[in-house]
Design a protein around this ligand. Structure first.
Ligand code: SAM
Length: 290
C-alpha cells in the first residue's frame, strides 16, 4: 500500500473510488508523516491499549496507531470512506471500523466490548483523532460529560480552539470551554501544525493537544450543574460584572448573588474572565447551598 500520508495516495484513492472530499464533514486529510508520528507519540499508546479513533478518513492515523496498540476502533461517519478504509487497512488484523456518527455513538458500550485484548485485560483506553473542526467542542464535551472511561484524548483541532482550552484566567482566550475542560483534565501541548500539511488546505492553522483525564476532578463541587450554570452565565456576558451577569442564575436575586460573591471573597465588580477555577467552585458551592 502506498504511503497514506502522501497527497498522491489521496489523489489515487479519489480517482479509483470516485471519492469526493466533503467540506461539510470537515474532511481535511493529514499529509505529513512527522505530524502523524507526533500524534502517535504524544498519545503514548501501549501494546495492550485500546485506541478509539474519531474520524479515520483514509486511515493515516489508524494504521500508525495499529502498529503500537492492542486494538484500534475507528469511528467514521462517511459511508463512502468505509470500503476505502477496508482496502487501505487490509493488512492490519487489530482494527475495527465502525460506520457511525461519533456524537450518536454509545462509547461506553463500545469500550465494554474490548475489556480484553488478545486474551489479556486491556491496560488503557486512548482516544485519538484529527477532529472534524465543525464539531470539535461537542465531541470533547460528550466524552467528558458522558464520563467515558478513557485515560487520555490526543486530538488535532483549530489552533484557536486549542488556545481556548489551554488558557488560564486573565487572558482573552480564557472562557467556559477552558474551565469545563480543565475541570475534567490536565492539558498538554503536543504539536503546532501549519495549515499547509492538509489536503485540502483549511483556512487556519491547527494544534494537537493531549487531555489527560484527572482521577479526581480539579475542584470539589456541591453541584456540577450549579457550577456549570455559574460558569456559562458568567462568560455568557463576559463584559458585565459578575454581580450583573450572575443575577438570575438558579433563580437568585441580585442581593443573593452579591452576598454569595462577598462570602466567597470575590469582589462583585470583577468579571468572569478573572476568576480561577477554584474561585468558580467556591462561589458555586455557596450558591448551591443557599
Ligand atoms: N484522520 C484523517 C486524517 O487525519 O487525515 C481524517 C481527518 S478529517 C479532519 C475528519 C474525519 O472525521 C473525516 O474522515 C470525516 O468524514 C470524519 N467525521 C466527520 N464528522 C464525523 C462524525 N460526526 N462522526 C465520525 N466521523 C466524522
Amino acid at each position: 500500500m502506498d504511503k497514506l500520508y502522501s497527497p498522491n495516495t489521496i489523489r489515487k484513492i479519489k480517482e479509483k473510488h470516485g471519492f469526493r472530499l466533503s467540506k461539510s464533514l470537515g474532511q481535511n486529510f493529514l499529509t505529513d508523516a512527522n505530524i502523524v508520528n507526533k500524534i502517535i507519540e504524544g498519545s503514548a499508546i501501549g501494546q495492550d491499549d485500546l485506541v478509539v479513533e474519531i474520524g479515520p478518513g483514509i486511515g493515516v492515523l489508524t494504521a500508525a496507531a495499529a502498529s503500537y496498540a492492542g486494538k484500534v476502533v475507528a469511528v467514521e461517519i462517511d459511508s463512502h470512506l468505509i470500503p476505502i478504509l477496508e482496502e487501505t487497512l487490509a493488512e492490519y488484523n487489530n482494527i475495527s471500523i465502525l460506520h457511525a456518527d461519533i456524537l450518536k455513538t454509545d462509547l461506553i458500550k463500545v469500550l465494554e466490548q474490548y475489556k480484553e485484548i488478545n486474551g489479556k485485560p486491556r491496560t488503557g483506553v486512548k482516544v485519538i483523532g484529527n477532529l472534524p473542526y465543525y464539531i470539535t467542542t461537542p465531541i470533547i464535551m460528550k466524552l467528558l460529560e458522558d464520563a467515558v472511561p478513557v485515560d487520555s484524548i490526543t486530538i488535532m483541532m483549530q489552533k484557536e480552539v486549542a488556545d481556548r482550552i489551554k488558557s488560564g484566567p486573565g487572558t482573552k482566550a480564557y472562557g467556559a470551554l477552558s474551565v469545563a475542560v480543565q475541570y475534567y483534565c490536565t492539558v498538554a501541548s503536543v504539536a503546532s501544525v501549519p495549515k499547509e500539511v492538509f489536503v485540502p488546505q483549511p483556512k487556519v492553522d491547527s494544534a494537537v493537544i493531549r487531555l489527560d483525564l484527572r482521577k479526581e476532578k480539579a475542584v470539589k463541587l456541591t453541584s456540577e450543574s450549579v457550577f456549570f450554570a455559574v460558569v456559562k452565565n458568567g462568560f455568557g456576558q463576559r463584559r458585565k460584572t459578575l454581580l450583573n451577569s450572575l443575577t438570575g442564575v438558579m433563580g437568585k436575586t441580585k442581593e443573593e448573588i452579591s452576598k454569595a460573591l462577598t462570602e466567597a471573597g470575590i469582589d462583585p465588580i470583577r468579571r468572569a474572565e478573572t476568576l480561577s477555577i477554584e474561585e468558580f467552585a467556591s462561589l458555586s458551592n455557596i450558591i448551591a447551598k443557599k
